[in-house]
Every structure is written in structure tokens, then in C-alpha cells.
Write a protein that binds this ligand. Structure first.
Ligand code: NAD
Length: 270
């Protein structure tokens, strides 16, 4: 399996990364450093996580070359709008201590503002300070509305997605549009790790339920960013490139969907 996915603009995005939501600055530094030492090349943060400084510190401590790393951050809701998005982006870069990010996302579709925010994102992209731009928590109708004024199509949509919330209609639309799908809360925030189907499939492969879920995302062409602050789990979550789920197992996992949303609904998140 390829460890990267080519985005619509030709940029290669690692398919498996580390998420750092609800991780304190200091923990973010260690988690990022451990992740990079264990083979991760993708880190997912956001301005609202308040740990961009810690992430930047972890990157520096790891000693990895900048070009070997793919860093994502996101524009928070309160900063949406053209001017404020430009300012928020500069502030994120400064906290990260980087001169570019690999992917900048609009965190949520704030009605009445996201089209203007996107104009700023396009400018940032054209300046080379974000190698790719995209959205998060956008339904099909949000993307359609964005495209009424956009010059550039989002390259990624990062959405809640896990075996009990598989979002098949939205994934199908995104695939048709050439927009890469990235899963947030890919492990269902750790709440589905005792599911017997996942545990049993794991036993057959000598893998944990977490590893089975991560593998299911990868084999479903979904970019995946599990979160952990524990070195052993960070390592475990990356140890998924030496086994393969059968098509029967993939179907069994697809069948766990119960449309169980754990986070906010993009149509009603305020
Ligand atoms: P997740 O689904 O990645 O689950 C993380 C939890 O699972 C951990 O806190 C831990 O309790 C458990 N866990 C992780 N690895 C484990 C292992 N190997 N064994 C046992 N338990 C394990 O949850 P998440 O943090 O909500 O999502 C991942 C990332 O997605 C976030 O950190 C963030 O970067 C991103 N995210 C984005 C949005 C958005 O609106 N765009 C929203 C939520 C999360």
C-alpha cells in the first residue's frame, strides 16, 4: 500500500498521521516527537487546540527535515472572514515556528463567512505558504456553496468518520469531486475499541482493535489521524503496514455503521 495519497494539486499527503486534539502544549511536544521517531510524517493540529507551539517544539526536537514532514492546521470559527483569516494564518505559522504549512483547513462551515474565508485561503495557497488547502466538517451542500465563488476546489475534506459512522454518501460525493477524505475521531474517540467484531478480526491478525480500525480506513482510501499521548499507543497505531484485511473483513467492518455521530453536526454546531 502507498503510504501517501496524491491530492488534486499533485501534493503527496501521508495517509496516516497523529492527531493532537485535547492535548496540552507539553504533551503535544512529546507526542509529536515520539510520532516522528516512530515513522509518522503527518501531524494534525488546529489553532483552537491551543497547542501549535508545542507541536512546533516537537518538530524541532525530532530533528526531522521540514520537507519530510506534512503539517496541517486549521482556521478557527471566530477568525473566519477574509482579513481575519489572513491574520489567523500568520498567527498559526508564528506559533508553529514554520514558514509554511502543508495543509490549511477551514475548521467548520460558518454560514455567511466561509466563502470569504476561502478567498483568503486561496491567496495563502497562491503565496506558497500552504502547499494545499481544504475544508473540514463540510457537507456536500457546503462545498457546493463554496464552489459558487471559489477559484480553487478544496483538496481535502476532514470529517468525522469511524466504523460506526461511515458517511458513505458524502464519501462517494467527495470521491467524484476528487476531494481527498480525511477521518477525524477515526477510532470513535476510543469508544469502539471493545467492539467484538473488531476485537475478533484483530485476533486473527495478531493486531489490536485500534490497528484493525486504522487499517480499515487505509484500505478504504481514507486519510487517518488517530490521537494518542502515550508512546506505546502512538507506536502501535503506526504498526499497520504489515497485514491486510480481507474483503470479507472489510465488509464486516462496513456493516458496523449505525450513523453514530460523536461530535458536532456541521449543520448545527454553534
Ligand atoms: P480518536 O478517534 O483518534 O481516538 C483517540 C482516543 O482513542 C485516545 O484519546 C485514546 O483514548 C484512544 N486510543 C488511541 N489509540 C489507542 C490504542 N492504540 N489503544 C487504545 N486506545 C487508544 O479521537 P480524536 O482525538 O477525536 O480524533 C483524532 C484527531 O482528529 C484529533 O486529535 C484531531 O487532530 C482531529 N479532529 C478534528 C476535528 C475537526 O473538527 N476537524 C474534530 C475532532 C478531532
Amino acid at each position: 500500500m502507498d503510504t501517501t495519497k496524491k491530492l488534486a494539486n499533485g501534493i503527496e499527503m501521508p495517509r496516516l498521521g497523529l492527531g493532537v486534539w485535547r492535548v496540552e502544549e507539553n504533551d503535544a511536544t512529546n507526542s509529536v516527537k515520539w510520532a516522528i521517531e516512530n515513522g509518522y510524517h503527518l501531524i494534525d493540529t488546529a489553532a483552537v487546540y491551543k497547542n501549535e507551539k508545542g507541536v512546533g517544539e516537537g518538530i524541532r526536537q525530532s530533528g526531522i527535515k521540514r520537507e519530510d514532514l506534512f503539517v496541517t492546521t486549521k482556521l478557527w470559527n471566530a477568525d473566519q472572514g477574509y482579513e481575519s483569516a489572513l491574520k489567523a494564518f500568520d498567527a498559526s505559522l508564528e506559533r508553529l515556528g514554520l514558514d509554511y504549512v502543508d495543509l490549511y483547513l477551514i475548521h467548520w462551515p460558518v454560514e455567511g463567512k466561509f466563502n470569504d474565508s476561502w478567498r483568503a485561503m486561496e491567496e495563502i495557497y497562491e503565496s506558497g505558504r500552504a502547499k494545499a488547502i481544504g475544508v473540514s466538517n463540510f457537507h456536500q451542500h457546503h462545498i457546493e456553496k463554496l464552489m459558487t465563488t471559489a477559484k480553487i476546489k478544496p483538496m481535502v475534506d476532514q470529517i468525522e468518520l469511524h466504523p460506526t459512522f461511515t458517511q458513505e454518501p458524502l464519501r462517494e460525493y467527495l470521491a467524484q469531486e476528487g476531494i481527498a477524505v480525511e477521518a477525524w475521531s477515526p477510532l470513535g474517540q476510543g469508544k469502539i475499541l471493545e467492539n467484538s467484531t473488531l476485537v475478533e478480526i484483530g485476533q486473527k491478525h495478531n493486531k489490536s482493535a485500534a490497528q484493525v480500525i486504522i487499517r480499515w480506513h487505509l484500505q478504504s482510501d481514507i486519510i487517518v489521524i488517530p490521537k494518542s499521548v502515550h508512546e506505546e499507543r502512538i507506536k502501535e497505531n503506526f504498526d499497520v503496514f504489515d497485514f491486510e484485511l480481507s474483503s470479507e473483513e472489510m465488509k464486516q467492518i462496513d456493516g458496523l455503521n449505525i450513523n453514530e455521530r460523536l461530535g458536532g453536526d456541521p449543520d448545527n454546531f454553534n
